[in-house]
Design a protein around this ligand. Structure first.
Ligand SMILES: Nc1ncnc2c1ncn2[C@@H]1O[C@H](COP(=O)(O)OP(=O)(O)O)[C@@H](O)[C@H]1O
Ligand SMILES: [Mg+2]
Length: 209
């Protein structure tokens, strides 16, 4: 199904909590709109009414959640978002910018929670209808810098601790090594403006904008 999509492009933004994903995803969206493209900005988990309900469960559940249930809910939310929002947009030749996508599951539930990375990749493959971003920005910052930036009220996954965040970061770096043609690693400890420019330059050259 996804092989037939040609003109609409899909860009995702990844990284640990507080690295600047939401800030930069909004800039990417604005830049593409200014370039005259039709674009949709989505966030994960969420981006569709059913996916947003799953998001509430995932981020604010009071009861202890099993790691596998967490992984499957993340991928269920992604399947809904992909089927109902991302694929229709792309089939229409439009662009999508995602604030997190499938790599987050491998990094958080694989690296962070310690679930089998190959199993997660297989379930991701099913849950994404085999769709992959054309370009993924991994915004890399240290755990110390992330801690300084994070708000006092943290959600369930943001409050999993420094060792957890470090494992997530390490797993992201492995993903970048494994797929260097898709991932661009950005030093997230630069100024917001410098990161925005660096990202935009990559987008311009990759997509001839
Ligand atoms: N490059 C940067 N330098 C300093 N502060 C930043 C930078 N990028 C983002 N921030 C700030 O850090 C906080 C987290 O940024 P946000 O974009 O929400 O990160 P994420 O979505 O990755 O959790 C926000 O207060 C944001 O303004
Ligand atoms: Mg964010």
């Amino acid at each position: 199904m996804t092989e037939s999509i040609s003109s609409g492009k899909f860009i995702s933004v990844e990284g640990i909590d507080g690295c600047g994903k939401t800030t930069q995803a909004e800039f990417i969206f604005d830049g593409l709109v200014e370039a005259g493209l039709s674009v949709k900005l989505v966030r994960e988990p969420g981006g569709d009414p059913i996916s947003e309900s799953i998001r509430k469960l995932l981020l604010h559940a009071e009861e202890s959640m099993s790691d596998r249930a967490e992984a499957l809910l993340m991928i269920a939310s992604r399947a809904q978002l992909t089927d109902k929002v991302i694929l229709p947009q792309m089939i229409d030749g439009k662009w999508v910018v995602a604030d997190r996508y499938a790599d987050s599951t491998v990094a958080y539930q694989g690296g962070g929670r310690g679930l089998n990375v190959n199993s997660l990749s297989d379930i991701n493959h099913f849950g994404t209808y085999t769709l992959k971003p054309d370009l993924t920005f991994f915004i890399d910052i240290s755990i110390e810098v992330a801690n300084k930036r994070m708000s006092v009220s943290r959600d369930r996954i943001e409050s999993a601790g420094d060792n957890f965040q470090q494992r997530v970061r390490d797993q992201y770096l492995k993903l970048c090594d494994n797929e260097p043609e898709r991932f661009i690693v950005i030093n997230g400890e630069q100024s917001i403006e410098d990161i925005k420019l660096e990202i935009w330059n990559h987008i311009k050259s990759k997509f001839n904008l």
